[in-house]
Design a binder for this molecule. Structure first.
Ligand code: NAG
Length: 443
């Protein structure tokens, strides 16, 4: 009883603290209306959108353009499934999103980029902004125009001051991290030649690995994405001149040829890749991977061995990146996906570290040429600083957690909750549960 009461109070205090602590803030939405005339639209034909927090002081001419993630749709059926959600239409996006981590506006939380112009571009085309199909089938009203939307968004930002940029970064998380890889040199070409431009891909290094049933699931899936969206002509020609277009959606086949400096943040056991590339539902009909995918602590020794092998495949897919100091990497051994947008993984006293360096510091040092950073962690579970993700067992069976940057292969989750909101809801639920169980014991 005393224990329950203690926990109840702890919970109340924690909830209040979370609300008061300013490790995140909200930024309103801007619709890129003039993109519509250029044909650069979301799946449903609505204008693309972003959230923009203006730079100030010494950062007034520096621009960080960060792309949101959210999986991909690979055919008309799955694209129709997302057309009328936040991942396919700006009509369904919330009007404010949380900025934290590399989007934070306080030096303490984001020492190298806090005063930059910071933009979070909302994901709405279903193909990492690579598609371009002229025809729109009136029966579906699906617009496969991501690549045109990308250019329209960048042009809009140029008109809002980015044409005077001194420093610029194209970044993104997950499917947005892939955008930053695939469009890195295109972004470089759009931004003034005098600007210092680099790209940052967080959890965007999706590898071409077979699933646990031995099927090339992700390779087939990417081929379908590229075919459906007409992406081939917008993928790096250095790759498409040699390989099938679907293969040029994989960073490992394009990274080597990227001219612009780039940095990769990725977990070697990227939780999305484990769940959707290594052990997707179709490859695991009996659900033997289910609890392991939710929580790496629940993996059997055999599953861990398979995951260690996945890590080795991941590291060998990184080989092409090379040793140039212009290319940075922070490859930790965490069970995580997207570590730059959340304060707890970007920069906090307990955030993941490699060589005693946080992600925020590694990226800042690399961007400003203070020191190169190319570090690969030792194998799981060697790194005690990891924030390993634990997923809600009541989530989508295919693990699609209701998180803004949690992508899904085909079925987007329309619920959009800020991390703060989620914590609050969790705390309140916990509180109600405790009061309830306390009362039960009294009666
Ligand atoms: C579309 O893709 C999904 C997911 O891969 C698949 O289950 C479905 O059968 C496909 N539908 C069509 C019409 O090809």
């Amino acid at each position: 009883m005393a224990d329950a009461r203690f926990r109840t109070w702890l919970c109340v205090i924690l909830s209040i603290q979370i609300l008061l602590k300013s490790d995140a803030f909200n930024v309103g939405i801007t619709y890129v209306q003039n993109a519509v005339a250029k044909g650069g639209v979301c799946l449903d034909g609505s204008p693309p959108a972003y959230h923009f927090d203006k730079g100030f002081g010494a950062g007034a001419n520096n621009w960080l353009v960060h792309f949101e993630g959210g999986g991909w749709c690979n055919n008309v059926t799955t694209c129709l499934d997302r057309r009328d959600t936040r991942l396919g239409s700006s009509k369904h996006m919330v009007k404010e999103v949380v900025f934290s981590g590399l989007l934070h506006n306080k030096q303490k939380f984001n020492p190298d980029f806090y005063n930059w112009n910071r933009i979070k571009v909302r994901y709405c085309d279903g193909a990492s902004f690579t598609g371009d199909v002229e025809a729109v089938d009136p029966a579906t009203n699906l617009h496969f125009r991501g690549a045109r939307a990308f250019v329209a968004i960048i042009e809009d930002l140029l008109s809002k001051g980015m044409s005077k940029a001194q420093n610029a970064i194209l970044s993104g998380c997950s499917a947005g991290g892939l955008t930053s890889i695939l469009h890195c040199d295109r972004f470089r070409a759009l931004v003034p030649a005098s600007a210092k431009v680099k790209c940052l891909a967080d959890a965007g290094y999706f590898i071409n690995a077979k699933d646990v049933a031995g099927t090339p699931h992700i390779e087939t899936f990417y081929s379908e994405v590229v075919a459906t969206h007409g992406s081939a002509k917008n993928l790096p020609t250095s790759c498409t001149s040699k390989l099938r277009p679907g293969l040029c959606f994989f960073p490992q086949n394009v990274a080597q040829q990227i001219q612009t400096p780039f940095f990769l943040i990725n977990a070697a056991y990227d939780s999305w890749q484990i769940k959707n590339i290594l052990a997707p539902g179709v490859a695991d009909p009996h659900g033997t991977w289910h609890s392991c995918k939710l929580d790496i602590n629940k993996c059997s020794p055999n599953q861990l061995e398979i995951m260690q092998d996945f890590r080795l495949q991941f590291l060998s897919a990184l080989n092409g990146v090379g040793k140039s100091p212009s290319r940075g990497m922070f490859i930790d051994s965490c069970y995580a996906h997207c570590q730059s947008e959340m304060q707890e993984t970007w920069l906090r006293n307990d955030s993941p570290a490699l060589a005693k360096t946080s992600i925020a510091k590694a990226v800042g040092d690399w961007y400003y040429d203070r020191s190169p950073f190319q570090k690969i962690d030792c194998a799981y579970p060697c790194n005690p600083t990891c924030h390993n993700r634990i997923f809600d067992p009541n989530g989508h069976p295919e693990n699609i957690a209701p998180q803004s940057h949690e992508p899904s292969l085909s079925s987007p989750n329309p619920a959009y909750k800020s991390p703060k909101m989620r914590l609050l809801i969790r705390s309140v639920t916990f509180l109600i549960f405790n009061i309830y169980s306390g009362m039960n014991r009294l009666l």
